[in-house]
Design a binder for this molecule. Structure first.
Ligand code: ADP
Ligand code: MG
Length: 288
């Protein structure tokens, strides 16, 4: 009966767009009691857009955008896609970038027009001066903010909007109903994290977390005796997906996340998350 039940589960899963990599993964899914979820691209659509932009004194907005887009043209982050799309629509010419260096979970850097340009976490840029008022406004609105530096000096800040997935609200509600504890984990700011958390009904929030610290949090939960599923999409989630008892990648994710995961959700609908747990529970009941 065992192989039959597994084949049924695998077939049913495939119909729903759930790919479970093997028997062990199915067994672990049944035991999961904590679901750690990445924010950007997992709970949100990850289709970010530039909502606002502010420059330091003496910097032209077009120049700021062009240099930021030049660096971001080398990055595969959702923020990078938004900045590049915005530049494409604007009357600016994006110069080439050399010496590009990605900094997962932090930002990206490169040489543009002979200047060393970085785009990334505001905390990396140091004192924002008068721009910090704008950032506070954006924080209050739940925006994601990145800062642009040119030769080490802050040149400006960019606000990004990222809609919450429609499916996130019912998915989280159902997980809670099933007795699972959702946790939000993100490299983004506390303000942006809490905006999403309260929209989807998660109270356990960890923000400003570096990729290595995502791993640490998963380990800490495991040390408390929890069986942890980690749901993510990005390069920055891959290590945490591998360490979690169960790694779940959303299908729109990067290759490295898909490889690190035990379960891949092919569709972007998060409601298949509780369905996956139900399927595993039902299958294991049949087998025992
Ligand atoms: P999340 O955990 O929400 O998926 P990340 O760990 O990928 O976020 O990134 C955390 C933060 O690092 C972002 O909110 C942003 O401030 C900064 N960051 C990361 N990659 C980039 C990039 N390519 N361009 C600009 N900022 C970036
Ligand atoms: Mg992400």
């Amino acid at each position: 009966a065992t192989p039959t039940a597994l084949m049924v589960a695998t077939g049913r899963g495939a119909e729903l767009g759930i790919f479970v990599k093997g028997y062990q993964a199915l067994e672990t899914t049944r035991a999961v009691d904590t679901v750690v979820m990445d924010k950007t691209g997992t709970l949100t659509t990850g289709r970010m857009s530039v909502a606002d932009l502010a420059c330091a004194d003496g910097t032209d907005p077009g120049e700021l955008l062009a240099r930021a887009a030049a660096v971001e043209s080398g990055s595969e982050h959702a923020i990078a896609a938004a900045v590049c799309a915005h530049a494409e629509q604007a009357p600016v010419v994006v110069p080439p970038v050399t010496d590009f260096v990605p900094m997962p979970g932090l930002g990206a850097r490169g040489v543009v027009d002979g200047y060393d340009v970085t785009v990334g976490r505001p905390s990396l840029a140091g004192e924002l001066g008068p721009l910090s008022d704008r950032v506070a406004e954006w924080d209050a609105a739940g925006r994601t903010t990145v800062a642009v530096t040119v030769d080490g000096a802050v040149a400006g800040v960019i606000a990004l909007a990222d809609p919450v997935k429609d499916s996130a609200v019912p998915a989280v509600a159902e997980l809670i109903e099933m007795g699972l504890r959702p946790v939000l984990l993100t490299g983004d700011s506390p303000a942006a994290a809490h905006a999403v958390a309260s929209a989807v009904g998660i109270t356990d929030v960890h923000a400003g977390v570096l990729p290595d610290e995502k791993v640490d949090l998963v380990r800490r939960l495991q040390a408390q005796g929890r069986t942890v599923a980690m749901v993510g999409d990005g390069v920055n989630d891959a290590a945490a997906l591998a360490v979690a008892d169960l790694g779940i990648a959303v299908g729109s994710g990067t290759d490295i996340a898909l490889e690190a995961a035990d379960v891949v959700l092919v569709r972007d609908d998060l409601r298949v998350l509780p369905t996956t747990v139900e399927l595993a529970r039902a299958t294991m009941r049949t087998i025992r």
